[in-house]
Design a protein around this ligand. Structure first.
Ligand SMILES: Cc1ncc(COP(=O)(O)O)c(C=O)c1O
Length: 412
């Protein structure tokens, strides 16, 4: 990958200090930091290009529309979508999954039908399905994990049948780092049901090259802010015939073709799903983030994540009393490392690390069903992106040794 110290200069936040220490940011799975090209693109738009889109006959609005639609084209290319029309801008992964559940889910589910999820889903891929299950009488079924922290494919095989209408799974766990074998999963789902397969790509898309032509999914959701882009925007990709068929989940301006007092008709896809003024500056920021990731290269980012994760697992293995949750096979996981340290509460670990300028996440990571399955209430979690290096892992390990001694854990 591009020289790390050179690349770190692109992230102004890494120049600031916390508690007298330089920022060591190990919480990119929650939200990633932003490089200068993203900040500049949004700043430039607000300063000199700003107007609403799709509305004005005047130059500024036309330019803003061009930038917004260009962002759609760039995102489409990034995930190899067949057309930019397959890209719907949403507020984020959560909004995309809620849109799917309340529109596709509500229209296609009835009592007796099943929605299949895994035990390692983020709440964003659990609660929307609970809501639609309540409204329709459909049933939620959870596929268990193997002892290696992956989706149990035998259990999946015995779960999928003609009652299953929706399968919605994470593309990469935000707690375990697991990257389930989606094509294999897709083959099982297709062979045994007519269910749609939805992939929650919130963690996957920022780190692994995703090609929707080969992923095996019908829908894919992801958020810009985890891929070095801004908050407030995400993407729902869908197969064109499914997007055509799906009803909008929000009404308002921008998404209509005609409106009279009692009836309206919809604009073509993707506008049909983009009611109201869209996140224009955010789309421009997302496009800049995609460009930035492409310049580094998704394969280089994947190798960097693998190297760092392997190093982190090795170094964490040296810390007594530390339990790591996630696959040991490096190839089937990403750069997210969850752990507990003896009976030290993960929040205490995070506080001690914070006093050294190190940001890690502690808690249930919006995955309470998984926490219950693991038999813990919380873990600490370090997660990486392009600006992290082995030096950050070394700092983490030093901090963990300090936590051990502060909490009186004995050596060996
Ligand atoms: C796996 C996964 N899915 C969904 C989400 C929700 O993303 P957002 O909050 O951007 O909507 C997250 C965020 O942490 C996540 O990690």
């Amino acid at each position: 990958m591009t020289n790390l110290s050179h690349l770190r200069r692109d992230f102004p936040i890494l120049r600031r200090e916390v508690e007298g220490h330089p920022v060591i940011f190990l919480d990119s799975a929650a939200s990633a930091q932003k490089p200068i090209p993203v900040l500049d693109a949004m700043d430039r738009f607000y300063r000199s290009q700003y107007a609403n889109v799709h509305r004005g006959a005047y130059r500024l609005s036309q330019e803003a529309t061009e930038l917004y639609e260009d962002a759609r084209r760039r995102v489409a290319r990034f995930i190899n979508a067949g057309s930019p029309d397959e890209i719907i801008f949403t507020k984020g992964t959560t909004t995309a999954l809620n849109g799917l559940s309340s529109s596709w889910g509500y229209d296609h589910l009835e009592a007796g039908d099943r929605i299949v999820l895994s035990m390692m889903e983020h709440h964003a891929n659990v609660v929307p399905w609970q809501l639609v299950a309540k409204r329709t009488g459909a049933e939620l079924v959870y596929v268990p994990l193997t002892t290696g922290y992956d989706i149990d494919l035998d259990a999946l095989r015995s779960t999928i049948d003609s009652r299953v209408k929706i399968v919605s799974l994470t593309g990469m766990s935000n707690v375990l780092g697991t990257i389930p074998p989606m094509q294999q999963i897709s083959d099982i789902v297709r062979a045994q049901s007519e269910a749609v397969l939805i992939v929650d790509g919130a963690q996957l898309v920022p780190h692994v090259e995703v090609d929707v032509q080969t992923l095996g999914a019908d829908f894919l959701a992801f958020s810009a802010h985890k891929m070095l882009g801004p908050t407030g925007i995400g993407v729902l990709w869908g197969k064109p015939e499914l997007l055509e068929e799906m009803e909008p989940w929000e009404g308002g301006g921008e998404m209509i073709s005609t409106v009279d007092l009692y009836e309206s008709t919809w604009a073509p896809v993707p506008q049909k799903f983009e009611a109201g003024t869209p996140p224009i500056a955010e789309a421009i920021g997302l496009a800049a983030a995609v460009h930035y990731l492409e310049e580094i290269g998704m394969n280089a980012i994947r190798s960097h994540d693998l190297d760092l994760t392997e190093y982190a697992l090795h170094r964490l293995g040296e810390v007594p009393d530390l339990v790591q949750y996630g696959p040991t096979d490096i190839k089937s996981r990403g750069g997210v490392v969850s752990f507990t340290l003896g009976d030290v509460h993960p929040h205490d670990i995070a506080t001690i690390l914070d006093s050294r300028g190190i940001s890690v996440r502690a808690g249930h990571h919006c995955a309470k069903p998984l926490m219950a399955d693991l038999g813990v209430t919380a873990t600490a979690r370090a997660s990486f992106h392009v600006y992290n290096g082995r030096d950050d892992v070394d700092a983490l390990i030093e901090g963990l040794h300090e936590a051990r001694s502060l909490f009186g854990l004995s050596e060996g």
